[in-house]
Ligand binder design. Structure first.
Ligand SMILES: NC(=O)c1ccc[n+]([C@@H]2O[C@H](COP(=O)([O-])OP(=O)(O)OC[C@H]3O[C@@H](n4cnc5c(N)ncnc54)[C@H](O)[C@@H]3O)[C@@H](O)[C@H]2O)c1
Length: 379
């Protein structure tokens, strides 16, 4: 049965207005969909080996059918691919394939492929259109929309990049069926984030969904039914992200609320050498810690803090690794901020759907929250 619901969300920024199309079982028609927005041309389709194995040939065939001349570049995948070396290899592939300024670059994959291919599109021949085909939940609700593209530098993540909006985003929820469960839950954490920072109703709907049963697998619950529940949540997240990005494309102010959970989360990732947590998992821990800090500061009523933490517990984030201690996490927390040249600023919830930027909370409270997390008392 071919369900092909296609919703369209328009993202309006100073740089560009573009559509995000969302549906189920739409990827096999991606050539037709793209051709209604961009003329057929030479195309570099960038993917990683896991994603290409499932969807690479399907996209290639669909593109060919509509007169595109696609060249598939399959990368190993993983965070290490977000490098200038891989970007340079992609420039070579694009040049060898004869891509000129009328060409497009398509990212088929999660946030790693999206950030990397987006960066290449932003810089190749001073910029060619980029189409994002996100295949992880995280990429659908977050990284494929908003135009932040980047590669990593040996001194830190995402340090070399640009704000470069895509020409089009096509998200097919059906691709999530092959996504590993742990990755699915990590993406769900970013979805919950939108509820906490901006949309109490979304938060409450996610509560109803995620408390629907015992011994519960969110992935099974959302994907093994014919319902459009998850798709609607993804659409809501994209709408919220679009609203935020359209007001603050270059992250000078409002867009920072999207970093909710990221201050603690990034310190956990850095403190474990980026090898233990998936990004979304670290963000889930960071959001729980931020909620607890807000309660300790007296800016969030304890029942709200408890609800936020209870919901995040449903994601089954792995426990803190044994070797990680308070010192590792605080060092990573403060190192990060020194680099940015400002004091510690936390995005903290003040109610469900509302946040504030809180400058320099007292160090003993920050340490208490980290210790509670490390002792297993939070998530
Ligand atoms: N640009 C932004 O605004 C933004 C926002 C958030 C995160 N990010 C970046 O996103 C990256 C993380 O993205 P991610 O979590 O999507 O990770 P990812 O791209 O590494 O994908 C996760 C894993 O899932 C596999 N995979 C992806 N889709 C699949 C599918 N449908 N079926 C089977 N396997 C599949 C991939 O091969 C990979 O092994 C980080 O580099 C982070 O910095 C960027």
């Amino acid at each position: 049965m071919g369900e092909k619901i296609l919703y369209k969300v328009k993202i309006r920024t100073e740089q560009k207005t573009y559509p995000v199309l969302l549906g189920k079982k739409v990827l096999n028609n991606v050539g037709r969909i793209i051709s209604s927005y961009l003329p057929a041309c030479r195309t570099l389709l960038v993917s990683d080996k896991n994603v290409a194995a499932h969807y690479g040939e399907m996209c290639m065939e669909s593109l060919r059918k509509r007169g595109f001349q696609p060249f598939l570049e399959v990368l190993e995948g993983g965070e290490k691919e977000k490098s200038l070396a891989t970007a340079s290899a992609l420039y070579s592939s694009a040049l060898e394939a004869g891509l000129d300024r009328s060409a497009i670059i398509i990212a088929l994959g999660g946030g790693v492929i999206g950030d990397l291919a987006g960066f290449v599109a932003a810089t190749y021949l001073r910029g060619v259109p980029c189409v994002q085909l996100p295949t992880t939940l995280l990429a659908m609700v977050d990284s494929s929309v908003g135009g932040k593209v980047a590669v990593n530098h040996p001194l830190g993540k995402n340090l070399i990049g640009a704000f470069y909006q895509p020409a089009l985003v096509v998200a097919d929820q059906s691709t999530l069926i092959t996504l590993p469960e742990r990755e699915f839950n990590a993406g769900l954490s970013e979805l919950i984030k939108y509820g906490i920072i901006r949309d109490k109703t979304l938060f409450e709907k996610l509560e109803l969904s995620l408390f629907a049963g015992k011994n519960f697998s969110p992935k099974k619950y959302f994907l093994e039914s014919n319902s459009t529940r998850l798709l609607k949540y993804i659409i809501r997240a994209v709408i919220i992200k679009g609203e935020i990005v359209s007001q603050d494309e270059r992250e000078k102010d409002l867009r920072r609320i999207l970093n909710f959970g990221h201050t603690f989360g990034h310190a956990l990732e850095a403190g474990t050498g980026f090898r233990y947590y998936l990004h979304g998992e670290a963000v889930a821990c960071g959001m729980a810690m931020a909620a607890r800090l807000a309660v300790l500061l007296g800016i969030l009523e304890p029942p709200f803090g408890q609800r936020i933490i209870a919901l995040l517990k449903r994601l089954h984030v792995p426990p803190p690794p044994g070797g990680l201690n308070l010192n590792d996490v605080t060092e990573a927390l403060f190192y990060d901020k020194k680099k940015e040249g400002d004091g510690l600023v936390f995005i903290l919830p003040t109610a469900l759907g509302q946040t504030t930027a809180f400058k320099a909370p007292p160090a003993p409270l920050i340490e208490r929250v980290i210790e509670e997390y490390l002792d297993g008392g939070l998530l």
